[in-house]
Design a protein around this ligand. Structure first.
Ligand code: ZN
Length: 310
């Protein structure tokens, strides 16, 4: 054993002779190392380190930082966010972060409700959606969220998606950068406090935005969602008008804009069951925005069973 060898010294003379030999060997070694270090090429190089490594022996500390292996290419620097509005929209569309419709080849439609939560109309709409087992998306106004957090919690709990519709419903193009950030973050904070989930989707009030607004929305990580099917229910031109406009504009991947707040929405509530039944009869499946975007590049269209007689 190692311990026993140390504790069994050889004879005294041998020990003295061994000590002298060891001292001499150490001195010679130090001279050799000093000489080698002063000689060109005497200091170990990366090549010699690699050679050692190939033999299974590597030094404790490499002297030279290894360079990248052949064929290595560094990851490209992220492309900066564009400065012009047109380029920004194209940039965001390429990432599915700016859209007004889903997959144009899938019979899926997203119902969206803006300007709530409203203590009178939102519960009625939630009851209708529950009756038809439909999941929808609510773009909520921040100050309303703060007043009626239970309704937002109810939307979330029922499986609907809750989106950000700013704090005070302004025209974003008229606001400064800090004001835009405040409108967005206050609302996201309020929705998160109410529902436990921070919103992913954002809809600009009146569909109004600017380059400054898109820049802030982008840096806050929100997805901007517009629409391509609006019956202008806020004009209150009658249940039949709301119904017929909605159905006549409905198509694969449509995003329908309705309102559950911001005024008298009794006509919207009355039209909603007919809208849902009409879309079902035409073979559309009603989904959340999250589902619509998940399927936006789907390559296998869903089976279609339309009844075009209605
Ligand atoms: Zn609105």
């Amino acid at each position: 054993m190692f311990t026993q060898e140390l504790e069994s010294p050889p004879g005294q003379q041998c020990q003295q002779a061994g000590t002298k030999h060891s001292t001499l060997a150490i001195i010679l070694s130090l001279i050799f190392i000093l000489f080698a270090s002063l000689t060109p090429g005497g200091i170990p190089t990366r090549t010699s380190w690699k050679a050692h490594g190939s033999q299974g022996r590597s030094p404790a500390t490499p002297w030279v930082t290894p360079s990248p292996p052949p064929g290595f290419t560094p990851s490209p620097t992220p492309k900066p966010f564009p400065t012009t509005l047109q380029e920004q929209i194209a940039y965001l569309q390429a990432q599915d972060h700016f859209l007004s419709q889903g997959n144009p080849h899938l019979p899926e439609i997203a119902l969206t409700f803006d300007d709530g939560p409203n203590p009178f109309y939102t519960p009625q709409i939630l009851a209708i959606l529950e009756h038809y087992k439909i999941k929808a998306t609510f773009f909520c106004v921040g100050w309303q969220v703060e007043n009626y957090p239970d309704l937002v919690r109810q939307e979330q709990k029922a499986g609907h998606v809750v989106g950000n519709h700013t704090w005070s419903h302004p025209y974003l193009s008229r606001l400064s950068g800090p004001e835009i950030v405040s409108e967005l973050t206050r609302t996201s904070d309020a929705i998160q406090r109410a529902s436990g989930v921070r919103p992913t989707f954002f809809r600009p009030p009146f569909g109004d935005f600017s380059s400054a607004a898109l820049t802030r929305v982008y840096h806050l990580g929100l997805i901007t969602v517009l629409w391509n099917d609006s019956p202008a229910d806020w004009l209150r031109q009658g249940v039949d008008v709301i119904l017929n406009r909605t159905l006549s504009r409905a198509g694969d991947g449509a995003i329908i804009l309705l309102h559950d707040g911001g005024g008298d929405r009794s006509q919207t509530v009355a039209a909603l069951p007919f809208i849902i039944e009409g879309l079902h009869q035409r073979g559309f499946q009603l989904v959340t925005l999250q589902q619509l975007i998940t399927d936006i590049h789907g390559k296998h269209p869903l089976p279609r069973h339309r009844q075009l007689t209605v």
